[in-house]
Design a protein around this ligand. Sequence first.
Ligand code: ADP
Length: 486
Amino acid sequence: MKILISAAEVAPFAKVGGLADVTSALPKSWQSMGHECLIVLPRYGNMEPTDVLFEQSLPPITVPMGSWNEYCTVQIGTLPNSNVKVALVESAEYYGRSGIYGYHEGFLDNDRRFIFLCRATFEVARALNFSPDVLHAHDYHTALTMPMLKILYASDPLFAQCAAVFTIHNMAYQGIFEPLRALELSGFAPAEFYPGSWFEHNGTLNALKSGIMFADKVTTVSPTYAREICWTPEGMGLQEALRSRANDLVGILNGIDSDVWSPSIDKNIHTTYDVSSIDRKELNKRALLRDLGLSPVERERSIPLVGMVSRLTEQKGIALLAGALEPILDAGLMRLVVLGSGEQRFEAYLEELAHRYPGKAFFVKGYNPPFSHLVQAGSDFYIMPSKFEPCGLTQLYAMAYGAVPIVRAIGGLADSVQQYDPITFTGAGFIFTDFSSQGFHGAISNALRIYRVEPHWSKVRLNCLQADHDIDRCARQYLEVFSSIT
Ligand code: ADP
């Protein structure tokens, strides 16, 4: 099968969150199963792809926008450790600046930047004579490729056999555009937009809704989130549109790329380990505590270390930390390390927390992929009290690294973390349901009770390390969806 992937983020080249991890892991897996993938993504100003990876440039290609033509150059390379082809779309005007989306409000021309990416996806495929069986778009940024395939490229023989698959990674970001401008830039007739049309939502052009409505199949990143977005406010206003596609909506739980996230081969951590040498995880904990500035004596103390790696947004439940964690920090029963960046109010709270609990609470502000691996390897527990969570990847990484997850059981967290049962020794984490500090506090307190208490401590960590969340399982489920429409 030939699969054309269009995305705003692809790891390791451009990453803000889990979207990037999945748009690189899936094609690698498909390619290893014998399929041919081509990924199209922008070359953002702050990317530094090495010459080795991007050695071929295409002659400038024409990208139709509205009734006029624009141009881009394209660099061709591969994803690391694979032969998956990646086409980086270069345009100084759209992407020659620092940042992917623009903090916090987004760049004012994001509509135009991503419409350009959508059109360029088709033009790159044309330039490379790549005739896809499936066009796979991700989130609002490339959602408009779905109507473009059905309306603008329907009569192009290169795309004659091409099915349209749209994957939702997060309903919270919808691409709400001024209709006439967005229609014109995309090349659609103004008559396409009217109340109730597939483009329209609350009088605006909603890119996410357009992707949902025009795709042949819609997927999202966990079965529970697929239900939540149809029937609860997690649909963020698009419940009706989603329900109208219920027969074509599939929830597929994300998986992890074990070339990147495996403690037995990870070069970012202090000491590698696996299921048979989990005791060596302790060396990573000490290395992490040393990096955080603790003295050798302090590092030796038997206090559980709780980790978190996250965008600091409302979604991630940072607001629950104060009520849930501070009583436990007061009692000296845990240490906390948070790696993250995001909303100023949350950064300020975590800075202040670290100040109030020296030696107990640590906040590492910023975006630091290598350090995120050490946090996973060095933590005993991992927290994710999300308000909503389409899938979540960091709890999967935590399990792979033997850091016992404590999560709110919603979305993909409910699908991936089962409560540990001390009678049957099953389950690989601790869960709570209410979005409240009390609920979260209860789950952490329960979890801390089994810290180094045998046989539970060994059993729960074994269950974590043995949980199978490999990307290949996920990749095969996508292929089943693709096969049903090609
Ligand atoms: P989301 O996509 O909502 O941000 P996920 O859990 O699905 O949440 O994925 C988050 C991804 O981003 C993970 O790969 C995580 O390690 C990474 N990440 C988040 N914050 C940071 C940070 N401050 N430094 C490094 N990596 C981070």
